[in-house]
Design a protein around this ligand. Structure first.
Ligand SMILES: *[C@@H]1O[C@H](CO)[C@@H](O)[C@H](O)[C@H]1NC(C)=O
Ligand SMILES: *[C@@H]1O[C@H](CO)[C@@H](O)[C@H](O)[C@H]1NC(C)=O
Ligand SMILES: *[C@@H]1O[C@H](CO)[C@@H](O)[C@H](O)[C@H]1NC(C)=O
Ligand SMILES: *[C@@H]1O[C@H](CO)[C@@H](O)[C@H](O)[C@H]1NC(C)=O
Length: 308
């Protein structure tokens, strides 16, 4: 009787176990001024992915209990806190236990890198950063949020001083504000990005965790008029002391000393630099399908099935 029951159970389990063609789930993180679910942005993209990759599970991250909270938190909830919330949320989702791919838009790109580096409770496979600012920004000539009030408040706070303690506490954009004329102040007082980039203390786990990625895909918008400098989207930035000339990732100590594993990722063919011929986030559906869907339309492979 018991045997029969076990047999019955195991056949049930087999039936529900992922088959070879199971697509790896996708988690999306929206940018500043956007939300998880606006039908014209993340909502539309989610539909596009579901159409391109039949059967895929997609979660679009929402910070807070409503779309308006989500939009507000994209400005006024600290990056570390957001990452912590997302870490808890994703690690509690049974659908994501076997690992998943992530795609972050604009600041969502650096936040997802933060998630990979700081949250051992999830297994991220491909990390796609679409216009993320991995060396920060030194200018937002345009704010693309739907709510002008929020953009104006951000500007007001940045004008008070990005490295002012109070501003650091309340404005997430200040936490990746990178002033090349004040590199020391940036390293000492900016609370999020310098830590993530190993600028002060070296955290070996950050490198170990980033190296668990199968691929790191960095999309730079070649005609970006919003992020200054756009080189930040490929880990480049202004050379210290001025804001005209830029350096590339390959020129940096971060790369040469392999502090984050980026050199290892490149040497093993896992670091991908994509140039998108558009303004910030203004990619076409076809560009997305041709360039990013190949990193999203991936199936769990045979080895991983055996581990289940
Ligand atoms: C995770 O967030 C989603 C909304 O984005 C929510 O529906 C879900 O209940 C959250 N899960 C946990 C465990 O907090
Ligand atoms: C991650 O998992 C560990 C061990 O299960 C747990 O103690 C910790 O609270 C988790 N962290 C988060 C952010 O969920
Ligand atoms: C913009 O955000 C402010 C602050 O949260 C809010 O008071 C206002 O109603 C919002 N405006 C719109 C058009 O959503
Ligand atoms: C990074 O990888 C690419 C492709 O494998 C290679 O052509 C390039 O030389 C590498 N860059 C450096 C600085 O090693």
């Amino acid at each position: 009787m018991v045997d029969m029951f076990v047999l019955f159970l195991s056949s049930l389990l087999l039936a529900s176990a992922p088959v070879l063609a199971d697509p790896v789930p996708l988690v999306m993180w929206h940018g500043m001024g956007d939300t998880c679910c606006f039908p014209f942005s993340m909502g539309a993209l989610m539909k596009l992915v579901e159409k391109q990759v039949p059967g895929i599970y997609v979660q679009s991250i929402e910070i807070g209990n409503s779309i308006s909270d989500d939009e507000l938190n994209g400005f006024f909830m600290g990056a570390e806190k957001q990452i912590d919330i997302v870490c808890k949320n994703l690690s509690a989702n049974p659908k994501l236990q076997q690992g998943f791919n992530v795609i972050g838009f604009s600041q969502g790109g650096q936040f997802l890198r933060g998630l990979v580096q700081q949250c051992p409770n999830v297994t991220v496979r491909n990390l796609i950063s679409v216009g993320g600012q991995h060396q920060g920004v030194y200018g937002f000539p345009r704010c693309i949020g739907t709510n002008v009030t929020l953009c104006n408040e951000m500007r007001r706070l940045l004008n008070i001083g990005a490295y002012n303690k109070l501003v650091q506490d309340i404005l997430v954009q200040a936490q990746y504000w990178h002033d090349p004329l004040n590199e020391d102040e940036y390293k000492k007082k900016c609370v999020f990005l310098p830590d993530l980039n190993q600028e002060n203390t070296y955290n070996p786990n950050y490198k170990l965790r980033l190296l668990t990625l199968k691929n790191l895909i960095l999309v730079k918008f070649l005609e970006d008029e919003m992020v200054q400098p756009r080189e930040s989207e490929w880990f480049g930035f202004y050379k210290p002391g001025q804001a005209v000339e830029t350096y590339t990732l390959f020129d940096s100590d971060l790369y040469k000393n392999d502090l984050l594993g980026l050199k290892t990722l490149n040497d093993t063919g896992r670091l991908h630099f994509l140039g998108a011929p558009f303004d910030h986030l203004k990619f076409t559906e076809q560009w997305f399908i041709d360039n990013l869907i190949p990193f999203i339309n991936v199936q769990f492979d045979e080895d991983e099935k055996k581990r289940d």
